[in-house]
Design a protein around this ligand. Structure first.
Ligand code: NI
Length: 239
């Protein structure tokens, strides 16, 4: 449940109910904020193949809505085999339900971000409610992993910039929407992703489906064969 009076929400900001409407917003970091450098913040355990391809094109696999009790562990096993670092934007309610999976994500060196507690549309909430949704999720993640998260992916891609005065988090959108949640057709997901993936692509997927895990299994060698290096999303937006 949501705790009242979350610490990060004390400074009042203006409520600006901007609605973007577009789900295909380019991934951009908040201009003024500084995030971790790759040396400090990015796990090197899972991405060391990148050393040999220092000038490789970067791509970030990002997974929303987890952790899932079945498919997230399957995906983690695959990513470990392939030495691919990834980013997981977690729902607070699933963090609470499957804490052991969150610990496994963190233990394997992936980056964890915030996806609100109940998968809510931020712009439909008051700032107070939005802060609670985000702060409680960050608190749960920190409790389990020992470190807080610096990134938030707003569900549905709608963000209230007024929150940036109150929350010390950087919003992260995406450049490739795989629409993996709409189909079990792995071929379709793979083809769509490969068609849209470019340098510094931020690929949006969901670790709640068998078909997504199977698509990732095929996408990893395909993207590598096109010269892509896998990185956590902070290295795409902050470097
Ligand atoms: Ni989502």
């Amino acid at each position: 449940m949501l705790a009242a009076g979350a610490a990060l929400c004390v400074a009042a900001g203006l409520w600006t109910a901007e609605r973007d409407g577009s789900r295909a917003v380019p991934a951009t970091a908040d201009k003024g904020k500084s995030g971790p450098s790759s040396e400090e913040g990015a796990p090197e355990t899972a991405g060391s193949r990148g050393n040999a391809f220092a000038s490789a094109k970067r791509v970030a696999l990002t997974f929303d809505d987890g952790p899932h009790p079945v498919y997230t562990p399957k995906l983690l096993e695959l990513l470990e085999q392939e030495q691919v670092p990834a980013t997981f934007f977690l729902l607070g309610q699933n963090v609470e339900a499957y804490p052991e999976v969150v610990e496994e994500i963190a233990g394997k060196g992936h980056l964890i971000g915030n996806h609100t507690y109940h998968h809510v549309e931020i712009t439909s909430l008051s700032e107070e409610q939005a802060c609670l949704e985000i702060d409680e999720t960050s608190r749960l993640i920190e409790e389990l992993t020992g470190s807080g998260t610096e990134y938030v992916r707003p569900p549905f891609g709608t963000w209230n910039e007024g929150l940036e005065d109150r929350l010390d988090l950087i919003p992260v959108m995406w450049t490739v929407d795989t629409l993996d949640w709409t189909t079990e057709n792995v071929d379709w997901i793979v083809e769509r992703t490969m068609a849209d993936a470019g340098e510094n692509a931020v690929i949006l997927m969901h670790d709640s489906y068998e078909s997504t895990v199977r698509a990732v299994e095929r996408l990893i060698p395909l993207l590598r064969s096109e010269g892509f290096e896998f990185v956590t999303v902070d290295r795409v937006i902050m470097d």
